[in-house]
Design a protein around this ligand. Structure first.
Ligand code: FAD
Ligand code: PYC
Length: 416
């Protein structure tokens, strides 16, 4: 943690770590707030942080039904990149990437952002064409992107199998050098501590169970800790956005699917970068603890059970063993799933709703971790000003009426 000196660490070690101050308070909910954020994941906490820090709103609560970061924020595989196809997406994800680059300093909390590069593999000429198109689109949008040949790939990741006779031989790939990984829990904790310092009440174990809507405007909500009033509400409840929307009588264009990941036993550093393959639905990186972090595509069925099914993970492991043969004798330590809300165009929704004062930030699907700082910043702007920031204006619900979709299934990578 960046703000503790070596002396503080030593003093607390001698006291058997009994006197660490709480990083944020655990207040009881007050009867009313100026604004409430529903969902204490990275996006919700970041929204509250920027509402307070940049827009001067301090009378805010974040309501979390479980513990902060216990949803997809704590379940994801931490890939951060901005190499999406459409200019609207490149703008929103690169806005986030720029914030990632200074986030540890902004929060005075080490979020361990590690720009070690992200590679998206191509396995045939069709994929190569698609990825080349994305490279050119990225370059036009000011996002760094380059093509890497098999010879370059051998240098960038020596454990990658470049044998031309495998089932899906690697013909090249894209590389975004500014992309990488970060420590997911730290992002939630850093934003929580920063928001708390600005006076935001972070209330855990507080489930929102209904909304109080009068004459088309939000007035408050029912929660497991009692009723709370607020004229402005931002819902950031990935995995359960449709459930919350239904409480307000709104139907969102979302499907909720399990998305799985797993980690191996820790080994010495073998993987200096992140490699993803859309074709075989597998990707891998190495955590700072040495575990290989492996992820799959979504389970095909809709569900709210955070488990996932064995056939999906078997298929992913088959692909990983072929792409990285040294993994064949590794033990896998843990497997888990999160529920991801996916829009028909694989782009997020940051939008007002037909209910005055009620806003949703959702639909980040399989790729919202990378957006956390940008999403929080833009949603804070949208809530504080009651109008979208130009960067998130294309992501309003309106696009499902106008037809101006932002189709990103390809750039959403392995998961779709
Ligand atoms: P969450 O962290 O899920 O926060 C939402 C919170 O809302 C939860 O804590 C939940 O408990 C709370 N909530 C729900 N209902 C209620 C209620 N009624 N009342 C109060 N609180 C409620 N993205 C990437 O960019 N890169 C990746 O590498 C990546 N890998 C992934 C791998 C997996 C296995 C999974 C599951 C997802 C992955 N993602 C990735 C997607 C990413 O995790 C999500 O898009 C992102 O974390 C969403 O953040 P959030 O803060 O909106 O959601
Ligand atoms: O969006 O980069 C991504 C991603 C990787 C794994 C899951 N999502």
């Amino acid at each position: 943690m960046a703000n503790y000196s070596i002396f503080t660490l030593a003093r607390n070690a001698l006291r058997r770590h009994r006197d660490w101050p709480q990083a944020w308070r655990s207040p009881k909910p007050r009867p009313s707030y100026d604004a409430i954020i529903v969902g204490g994941g990275g996006h919700g906490l970041a929204t509250a942080y920027y509402l307070a820090k940049r827009y001067g709103m301090h009378d805010i609560a974040v309501l979390e039904k479980g513990w902060i970061g216990g949803g997809n924020t704590g379940r994801n595989t931490t890939i951060v990149r901005s190499n999406y196809l459409n200019p609207e997406s490149a703008a929103i994800y690169d806005h986030a990437l720029k914030l990632w680059e200074g986030l540890s300093q902004e929060l005075n909390f080490n979020v361990m952002f590690s720009p070690r590069g992200v590679i998206n593999l191509a396995h045939d000429p069709g994929e190569e064409r698609e990825l080349m198109r994305r490279i050119y689109a990225n370059q036009l949008a000011g996002v760094d992107a380059e093509w890497v040949t098999p010879t370059q790939l051998a240098e960038l990741c020596p454990i990658l199998n470049l044998d031309p006779n495998i089932r899906y031989p690697v013909v090249g790939g894209t590389l975004q050098r500014r992309a990488g990984v970060a420590r997911h829990d730290a992002v939630a904790w850093g934003y929580a501590r920063g928001a708390d310092k600005q006076g935001v009440d972070i209330i855990q174990n507080c489930e929102v169970t209904g909304f109080d809507i009068q004459a088309g405007r939000i007035e408050g909500m029912r929660t497991s800790l009692g009723d709370i009033r607020a004229p402005l509400v931002g819902v950031v409840a990935a995995g359960h956005s449709s459930v919350l929307a239904a409480m307000a009588g709104i139907r969102l264009p979302l499907e909720s699917h399990p998305l799985q990941a797993l980690v191996s036993e820790p080994i010495k550093p073998v993987m200096p970068t992140v490699i993803m393959s859309n074709k075989v639905h597998a990707y891998m990186s190495q955590s700072d603890k040495g575990e290989l972090v492996i992820g799959a595509g979504i389970d095909g069925y809709t569900s709210y059970a955070q488990r996932g099914s064995l056939p999906v993970i078997e298929e992913t492991i088959r692909a990983v063993v072929e792409l990285f043969p040294i993994t064949s004798r590794l033990k896998m330590m843990r497997q888990w799933a999160g529920i991801v809300d996916i829009c028909p165009d694989a782009s997020p929704i940051i939008s007002d709703t037909p209910i005055g004062g009620l806003y949703f930030n959702c639909g980040w699907g399989t790729g919202g971790f990378k957006a956390t700082p940008g999403s929080g910043h833009l949603f804070a702007h949208t809530l504080a000003k009651r109008e979208p920031h130009p960067i998130n204006a294309p992501f309003a619900l309106e696009r499902f009426y106008s037809g101006a979709l932002v189709a990103e299934h390809g750039a959403a990578a392995v998961a779709h």
